[in-house]
Design a protein around this ligand. Structure first.
Ligand code: HEC
Ligand code: HEC
Length: 213
């Protein structure tokens, strides 16, 4: 091997190692910050607590959520819920916490763009409302207000949730559910119900009216 090539390989390797190292440091710092500011509600390993705070550690969530969505949710909180704004932490600490959360799944962010680009739902509001009462209300509340209604499901009918979540994000969550939580998918024989694509469109269209506003 010629000397120049060897130097080049060594350089590339050094950059790679230092980047991986920086990433580890971010995860460590983020974990410490998470344990200081978030663990009281979201629990160790961000597994969540039924009826109290969402799981942030499952693949279904972490694969469809972008880093920006996480940053904004931490900064602004989720209006009308127990998730208060944490903007006072500042950008650097918030980024470190996001790096830690994303380190909990190998598929973090991998589908965020695809899901955000999905077309808007085209369904029937009235049919969606009926389906929502049958299939979703007992966990999410009759208007989708969330934990306040006493069930296990978070707020999904509130403007605070709907302004951040795309139709693709809601649609994908209904189809697949969220691992390690009571939110199971609604498609196929294993699902909580085997909804058709059109029924899912109806439900998303109904949720877009923000029934809990
Ligand atoms: C006082 C309790 C509390 C604390 C502290 C708290 N959260 Fe939350 N968080 C909640 C609740 C409750 C929800 C669910 C709200 C809803 O949608 O109904 C939530 C939701 C979230 C969500 C959205 C999850 C989803 O599925 O859309 C993210 C992201 C989040 N929290 C991150 C954090 C991070 C990071 C911290 C620490 C900086 C933190 N939270 C601190 C209570 C808390
Ligand atoms: C058995 C209770 C249960 C039922 C029934 C249920 N959900 Fe959920 N849902 C949950 C739980 C629990 C979560 C939160 C998981 C977590 O901790 O992140 C959730 C999360 C969600 C989310 C993601 C919210 C967020 O903040 O990211 C959406 C969207 C959702 N559910 C829609 C629905 C719809 C629509 C229906 C009816 C077709 C439904 N759910 C039925 C329990 C339920």
């Amino acid at each position: 091997m010629n000397a120049k090539l060897r130097v080049l390989i060594a350089l590339v390797f050094a950059i790679f190692v230092s980047q991986a190292g920086a990433q580890d440091l971010g995860v460590k710092k983020g974990k410490a910050l998470y344990e200081q500011y978030c663990i009281g509600c979201h629990q160790a390993g961000a597994v969540g607590k039924v009826g109290f705070a969402s799981s942030l550690s499952n693949n279904e969530f972490l694969s469809i959520v972008s880093a920006d969505y996480l940053v904004e949710t931490i900064k602004e909180g989720i209006e009308g819920t127990g998730m208060g704004p944490q903007a006072a932490l500042g950008d650097e600490k918030i980024r470190a916490i996001v790096t830690y959360l994303q380190s909990l799944s190998a598929v973090s962010g991998t589908r965020a763009e695809e899901v955000a680009k999905q077309p808007p739902a085209r369904g029937d509001v009235k049919k969606g409302a009926v389906l929502f009462q049958e299939m979703c209300a007992y966990c999410h509340g009759t208007t989708g207000i969330g934990f306040e209604a006493g069930g296990s499901g978070p707020a999904i009918g509130t403007p605070g949730f709907l302004k951040k979540a795309s139709d693709g994000y809601i649609r994908t969550t209904i189809k697949e559910g969220r691992g390690n939580t009571m939110m199971k998918g609604f498609v196929g024989p294993e699902g909580m119900a085997n909804l058709t694509n059109q029924e899912i469109e109806d439900i998303v269209t109904y949720l877009r009216t923000a029934p809990a506003k």
